[in-house]
Design a protein around this ligand. Structure first.
Ligand SMILES: [Zn+2]
Length: 402
């Protein structure tokens, strides 16, 4: 690997290692499933075509698989065996059994022929990305096929087989570091929260559509951690139709002061873009304008608080052709300091989108927006006051600086 080391000629703002190969598309539950893996190729083509990867400290690195021993740090052995079994059933190399006890084989997580290999590659990419940061090869690394935040120790959930987020965070803990995890996905980051619920060295923050309206049903603000980890879980549940203003205000009024109080060594973000108004699974009402703003602000916070150390992972986004690639390219443009982001879409990318049968958008952030007036910042004001008075003060307390 030849990526520029921090301070070795490249401006830190330009550093990014992208862990990507077309093999990540093998994570494929089938044509009728909401998660369509072509979103990875279309995102990659778009960020390359926009020139976002042209900087000297930016490089694309093919990922490796996570080893069994690495997966076992987060998942149980019976669960790994169940995923292997599911893969063999899909390949018709094993007798069909019901693995629904492990969350496998239902409509959300159907068996597929590359299930184990593709899941361990997505996990390996996040782990390798974290290792590149820990070893000082880069300050920032990206795995768009990561962010599988619902998976638990013994179960698949919500399209997530292995919890690559937790595997990467755990790797940083092994080096004695403190980690802040910010989950921007429209769904609550329940798997990651649960795996570190007692852990004072990991702050998990999730902003999401309230569990009263959306899967997985958890993520109330009363969920604040347990035991020594009490105070190190923050949940910002939003009502449907909240829109960009709620996200931006929550970032400013809750996430930013929480990160400053906690003082992590590394920032990890899950950048699911299913908060977009057109997403078929959710109802938050964001527009494409939101994602560059989030990227820009998180980059600023990472540089202020973690000396730029920032692992960027993917997540939800169920319009795979037009919206998800543009939302993610917008986020990365913001993270890399392109303000405003380049707007002219590459001709080859537009051809690709048209060939898939989608309408070609006019520019990177062109977006007619939802047909309703978003609720905006007001839905977060009350939560922000409660957090300021209680939780955020707890974060700075000695009990959490273990
Ligand atoms: Zn989601």
């Amino acid at each position: 690997m030849t990526a520029g080391r921090p301070g070795a000629g490249s401006h830190p703002q330009d550093e990014l290692l992208v862990f990507y190969s077309a093999d990540l598309e093998a994570y494929n539950f089938g044509r009728s499933h909401p998660l369509q893996p072509e979103r990875y190729r279309l995102t990659m083509e778009l960020i390359e075509g926009l020139g976002l990867l042209d900087g000297p400290g930016i490089e694309v690195v093919p990922p490796r698989h996570a080893l069994t021993s690495e997966l076992l740090k987060i998942h149980s052995y019976p669960y790994l065996q169940a995923v292997r079994r599911a893969q063999n059933i899909a390949k018709e190399q094993a007798e069909h059994v019901d693995l629904r006890f492990f969350g496998l084989g239902d409509a959300d997580n159907p068996y597929f022929p590359a299930m184990y290999e593709a899941s361990s590659l997505a996990a390996g990419a996040s782990l390798q990305a974290m290792e590149a940061i820990l070893e000082g090869q880069t300050r920032r690394a990206y795995n768009m096929a990561g962010g599988l935040h619902h998976a638990g120790r013994d179960r698949a959930s919500g399209f997530c087989i292995f919890n690559d987020v937790a595997i990467a965070i755990n790797r940083a803990l092994e080096d004695g570091l403190r980690v802040a995890y910010v989950d921007l996905d429209a769904h609550h980051g329940d798997g990651v929260q649960e795996l570190f619920y007692d852990e004072p060295r990991v702050l998990t923050i999730s902003i999401h559509e309230s569990g009263r309206f959306l899967f997985p049903g958890t993520g109330d603000m009363e969920e604040q951690g347990n035991g020594k980890g009490y105070g190190a879980a923050i949940n910002i549940p939003l009502p449907p139709r909240s829109g960009n203003g709620a996200y931006i205000f929550a970032l400013e009024a809750i996430i930013e002061p929480a990160l400053r109080a906690f003082r992590p060594d590394v920032l990890v973000t899950q950048t699911g873009c299913d908060s977009h108004w057109s997403d078929p699974l959710t109802h938050l009402g964001a527009t494409l304008e939101l994602y560059p703003v989030l990227g820009r602000n998180l980059d600023r916070l990472a540089r202020e608080i973690t000396d730029g150390r920032w692992l960027i992972l993917g997540g939800g986004g169920y319009d795979p052709l037009s919206i998800t690639p543009r939302a993610w390219a917008g986020f990365i443009a913001g993270a890399l300091g392109h303000n405003p982001p380049p707007s002219v879409l590459p001709a080859s990318w537009l051809d690709h989108v048209r060939r898939q049968g989608a309408e070609a958008p006019e520019s990177l952030l062109a977006d007619p927006g939802p047909r309703f007036e978003p609720l905006g910042a007001s839905v977060v004001v009350h939560l922000a006051e409660l957090f300021r008075d209680g939780l955020i003060r707890n974060l700075a307390a000695e009990s959490l600086s273990a």
